[in-house]
Design a protein around this ligand. Sequence first.
Ligand code: CA
Ligand code: CA
Ligand code: CA
Ligand code: CA
Length: 341
Amino acid sequence: MNNIFKLLFISTVFINIMACNEDEEETVTVIPENDRTEQQVEDAAALENYLNTHYYNAAEVNAMENPTIDDLEITELLEGETIPSDATLLISAVETKSTTYSEVEYEYYILNIKQGEGAVSPMFSDKVRVNYSGFLMDGTEFDRSSTPVVFDLVYVVAGWSRAIPHFNVASSFASNSDGTVSFDGYGMGVMFLPSGLGYYSTSQTSIPSYSNLIFKFELMQSETNDHDSDGIPSYLEDVNLDNDLFNDDKDANTFPNFIDQDDDGDGTITADEIKTESYSEPSRAALQTQLDALELTSNQFLSPIKQNTDGSYSANRVTLVDTNGNDVPNYLDATESDPIE
Ligand SMILES: [Ca+2]
Ligand SMILES: [Ca+2]
Ligand SMILES: [Ca+2]
Ligand SMILES: [Ca+2]
């Protein structure tokens, strides 16, 4: 299953290849993709209609400490019916969000059942552990997890990297004797996505092209990604700040910054063009105390805390050195290629 995650890149055309006649030639019919702006208008209207004609069991799930995706029930309000007193119409409960993707302004909707009590909220480029169920506006479920699964938000449909960061992770977890893990105080909600933030023109198993997608989810954990291990977390490799890592390629070598170990192509790897100071402590708490005491300048950040093989914990203070003071850090400045230290 998990068919929503097999698609890394959304193709721009449908190609019908029809095997042909005696010449053994092939006829290729290319159907142009719908205009994204026009499709968004249509999808927005359909989603709004859905939200105006469906309600959920608000009182029930709001009363639960750790509601699951299966506890949340969305029901169609049929003509002539009234909403049950303990239910809420979706349109009255969702938050409307907007984002730009593929140069088009999109609106999507979030139903926040539980914010999540953990301290961390994932970045758009992080790895997350979730339970989820994906379905279409007609209620057809096309995918679901049976146990919490890990996804890289960079390689799933664009709506996920927009919606999930609005939530926090679980406050704690515990390992059970049967090998499963229980999470407490996790984030839980529903995202309602226009097709442009889903698969758009590409059809999937059980998902026709141009389908709006609805996902219920529980957010358990997240982890900061550094896809190319160059010391710059992936969210900081989005130089033009549009939540899209694929359109930032400083040296135009076709490898976007987040998977390029020498971002500016000056022959010195990024890891050697930034200053890294390492801090280690036997316990996470002691390390946290030490890190909290550090004063960070605007060109510094802390790497995520990692546990070492000897059980100790460590983290780095990273400084984006800008030797010539032109406001472009050395790792993005091809005229500065001397390794740091
Ligand atoms: Ca990186
Ligand atoms: Ca970008
Ligand atoms: Ca590059
Ligand atoms: Ca470099």
